[in-house]
Design a protein around this ligand. Structure first.
Ligand code: SF4
Length: 220
């Protein structure tokens, strides 16, 4: 995968950014990208204010391991005040509309700022994540953000992913050992049982086809 990723990034003219969301996928992609011969790339995360404590610890460990700085993008404070008044602590679970509003303010708007001026966005998306990610490709053009989206491990299985993490001893979120298979915000993520889908613990009260926060929806 490394040589293919090298070929892809060498064709990118402009700034490259990698989104880091405290998942095993991001560590693998960061490791692959770190080996590519490119001038520089930015690693950023969306600090929604609703993350698990384990993610903050992993943030530091990852920075130390890769000798990098992971830039945090936060939601706008004025909008958060309004959101918290409207939804309280758990209002995002009351309707799809509420949940999408919360994701819009805490994730999508900060992502728009993070990707501004970038030519390529590298992600840890995988087809194995389920129904909403069936049609992903290694390289796509994202019309919403007007940049190339590079998904280097899109076709990796769980075995390949966790085998890679183990082989290179990469920092891993301790939530995986507590039964989590996909990591998101605390109010909207739970551990899953054996045999359940990878993203069954994300917004578990919603239909599977709604399970996206808006970061990876292609429409403008
Ligand atoms: S995942 Fe949940 S807490 Fe996080 S931004 Fe979306 S609705 Fe809000």
């Amino acid at each position: 995968m490394y040589s293919l990723l090298q070929q892809i990034v060498s064709k990118i003219d402009g700034k490259i950014a990698l989104s880091f969301s405290y998942q095993a996928e991001d560590a693998a992609v960061l490791h692959l990208l770190s080996q590519c011969k490119i001038k520089s790339f930015e690693v950023f995360t969306l600090d929604t204010g609703k993350l698990f404590d384990e993610c903050e610890k992993l943030h530091k460990e990852t920075e130390e391991f890769f000798k990098i700085s992971i830039k945090k993008y936060l939601p706008k404070s004025g909008e958060i005040e309004h959101l918290e008044k409207k939804l309280g602590d758990w209002g995002m679970r009351e309707s799809l509309e509420n949940r999408r509003l919360c994701c819009r303010i805490r994730k999508v708007e900060p992502l728009e700022r993070a990707l501004k001026g970038k030519s390529a966005w590298v992600t840890g998306l995988r087809v194995a994540h389920g129904i909403t990610r069936n049609n992903l490709q290694i390289v796509e053009y994202d019309e919403k953000f007007n940049l190339f989206k590079i998904n280097p491990i899109v076709f990796w299985s769980d075995e390949e992913l966790f085998g890679y993490i183990k082989e290179y001893n990469l920092p891993l979120n301790p939530l995986y050992s507590q039964g989590f298979k996909s990591i998101g915000c605390k109010p909207c993520t739970r551990a899953v049982k054996d045999g359940e889908d990878i993203r069954a613990g994300r917004w578990w009260w919603e239909n599977p086809e709604h399970k996206e926060c808006g970061l990876h929806i292609k429409e403008k």
